[in-house]
Design a binder for this molecule. Structure first.
Ligand code: 6R9
Length: 646
């Protein structure tokens, strides 16, 4: 662990919204009296009917219920668009930077308003009403933001599916949400390559019954097939739609969106976020964590298919009247300097990306960074996985020229917004540490039995109380919500992460302690990859674990047992990798497949992943107790195979 500390500069503590004294004061107030604190900050958004109640939360076993501002009425699009028209109609809301560096555009708040209204009217014309679920499967084009805000405007619940997911993954999400409308594009464009989005929707549509309408945005003009009666060109429908659409009054606790995310067991679950608490929390964290001030140009490089794109490309920044940059492409196209070229082109002040991107750019050396100016940059951010101190130092020194603080923000799809993070004017930085809790956040470190650990310690990370951005339920399965997050440690929210707290009270996230792996900042349930593998006719059993990977953080390691008589060939290995890509999507591609004649199981038939993890990590000496295995010799076979492969 790094011992280095980077103190807050005098300039930063002066210019920022909060310095350390103010942080201490606000934090203390937020946990002493959450009702008073959030009652005040709840006013940062506009209300159609103000709330009179603030927090109404129970983490009680079997009766978990989370409500914030429950009698207030508002609308997210009203807050992200309409309320800015009086003061900033002509200010740029979204800077869109295309995959091709010659393509970009600025969308003002006034234009955003017209586009969102038009989109909302198209949805209405196709029968979408308040409470209906709309699936969005779009590339990183402005229409993605228009579609999200259009849903919010009319009270429909959006469910965005990342464009890298396969037709099967898309189909199961459409089905689970019982979504009648899908919004997609003919094709996406990333790094000069086309992504067959509409063709994927066609394949998914064959597997579901609920789908009635597919709205297709024209992006590349590539040839696709349109099914009459079902498929509609968005541009044609929009040409007939009015640029005026009233906002639907929404209760604070009406759902805003679903976002499917992987857990340790079963199918991905639909994380439900609601209207007001989510928006208050996303906008407040965006302002304080990134120290957003009027006129700043802010860029988060995530995809809107992930929660980071929801909260910190669209909702948080737009609620704050910010200028948010949306990037269609990838960091290495057309050259490895692309991020920094875009920073210079649009004079970006605040830049928020993932450790995996930093590590991969680090590999190409300093020159592609140093040849750009980056003089506009003031603040850097990191999210998605633990950032190793080497990558942190490189980001700080090479990208930030030793003058930009880095906010290492820890949070989850479930948390809606950032929970543990430095504030740039308040928090001395330690490379690799997400540092301290945001206002209203009460982290605790517990041991396996649930005992609360004090002072410097290491254990599992839980939250002792709720914050407004917390997820409310799993779509259609409140029982699963309670079991997943509130049963391991009664009366606490269990994050699934391990962490260390040092003697300064700083938190160091050590990674997942459950069967979730984090590949380049993307969450994958080992169970999902396993069920894809065993669906292959030649596979009898599979066990998947994570292992340390230089660039991705974690790679996917699959142990595969074949059906009797099948040969473990190189060709079959390739076939299985391609199979998983097809079943789930490229982000789930196994990095290593080890054919295993048998897997280490307990006498009751449970696979002992702890052992498989250690073997994948090459820690053969640290296997722990293997005496409960049904057949302990399996382990030696696995180690031998692993060693032969290196
Ligand atoms: C926002 C997002 C959540 C999991 C989380 C943790 C890991 C995210 C992190 C981090 C260490 C950080 N994680 N940020 N670990 N330091 N700054 O990524 O949401 O996709 O749901 O992933 O990612 O393990 O539990 P999500």
């Amino acid at each position: 662990m790094s011992e280095k500390v980077y103190p807050v500069s005098a300039e930063w503590s002066k210019r920022a919204w909060v310095d350390d004294a103010k942080y201490q004061e606000m934090y203390a107030a937020s946990v002493r009296d959450p009702d008073a604190f959030w009652g005040e900050h709840g006013k940062r958004i506009d209300w159609i009917q103000p709330f009179t109640k603030v927090k109404n939360v129970s983490y009680a076993p079997g009766a978990v219920s989370i409500k914030w501002f429950e009698d207030g009425v508002t609308n997210v699009a009203l807050n992200c668009v309409d309320r800015h028209l009086a003061r900033r109609a002509d200010q740029t809301a979204i800077i869109w930077e295309g995959d091709d560096p010659n393509e970009s555009k600025h969308i003002s708040y006034k234009e955003l308003h017209a586009e969102v209204c038009r989109f909302a009217n198209v949805l209405k014309a196709h029968g979408v009403k308040k409470g209906d679920r709309v699936t969005i499967y779009l590339p990183m084009i402005p229409e993605a933001a228009y579609a999200m805000l259009a849903c919010a405007r009319i009270g429909a619940i959006h469910s965005i599916v990342f464009g890298g997911f396969s037709p099967d993954s898309l189909a199961s999400r459409i089905e689970d949400a019982a979504s009648a409308v899908v919004i997609t594009a003919d094709e996406g464009l990333r790094g000069g390559r086309k992504v067959p989005l509409k063709a994927n929707v066609d394949a998914a549509a064959d597997k579901v019954d609920c789908l009635k309408t597919v709205l297709v945005v024209k992006r590349t003009g590539g040839s696709i097939s349109m099914q009459p009666g079902r498929d509609v060109w968005y541009e044609e429908a929009a040409a007939k739609a009015s640029a005026d659409c009233p906002v639907e009054p929404m209760n604070a606790e009406d759902p805003l969106f679903l976002l499917y995310t992987s857990g340790s067991t079963g199918k991905p679950k639909g994380v439900v976020h609601t209207t007001a608490g989510y928006l208050v929390y996303a906008s407040m964290t965006h302002q304080y964590v990134f120290d957003y001030h009027e006129g700043d140009v802010y860029w988060c490089t995530a995809d809107v298919g992930w929660v980071t794109g929801h909260s910190y490309i669209v909702y948080g920044p737009l609620a704050n009247g910010a200028t948010t940059l949306m990037f269609e492409g990838i960091p290495t196209y057309p050259s490895i300097s692309r991020f920094w070229d875009v920073v210079d082109k649009h004079k970006v002040n605040i830049f928020y990306t993932a450790p995996t991107a930093i590590r991969s750019l680090m590999g190409a050396g300093e020159e592609p960074v140093k040849k750009t100016s980056r003089a506009s940059l003031r603040l850097l951010g990191s999210v998605g996985e633990p950032i190793n101190p080497e990558a942190w130092e490189w980001y700080y020194r090479v990208v930030g020229d030793n003058r930009c603080p880095i906010v290492d923000t820890w949070w989850q799809t479930e948390t809606g917004g950032i929970l543990i993070t430095p504030l740039p004017g308040a928090t001395a930085l330690k490379p690799g540490s997400a540092t301290r809790p945001f206002f209203g956040v009460k982290p605790e470190v517990v041991d396996a039995e649930g005992k609360i650990l004090e002072g410097a310690c290491e254990g599992n990370l839980v939250m002792a109380d709720s914050w407004p951005g917390q997820m409310r339920t799993v779509y259609g399965d409140h029982q699963r919500f309670m079991e997943t997050y509130f049963s391991t440690y009664p009366n606490k929210y269990f994050t699934g992460d391990g962490c260390r707290r040092d003697s300064d009270g700083y938190y160091w996230i050590t990674g997942r302690v459950d069967d979730v792996i984090n590949v380049s900042g993307h969450r994958m349930g080992t169970a999902e990859v396993e069920s894809a593998l065993v669906a292959h006719p030649k596979v009898s059993e599979a066990a998947v674990v994570g292992y340390p990977h230089d660039i991705k953080g974690q790679g996917i390691y699959a142990y595969v047992t074949l059906m009797t008589g099948e040969e473990p060939t190189e060709a079959l290995r390739k076939e299985l990798v391609a199979w998983v890509r097809k079943e789930i999507g490229p982000i789930a591609s196994p990095d290593l497949i080890q054919f295993a004649p048998g897997l280490p199981k307990t006498r009751s038939g449970k696979i002992m992943r702890r052992i498989l993890r250690k073997i994948a990590e090459d820690e053969f000496g640290a296997l722990g107790d293997t005496s409960t295995l049904a057949d302990p010799t399996v382990v030696n076979d696995l180690i031998e195979h692993r060693q032969n492969k290196r």
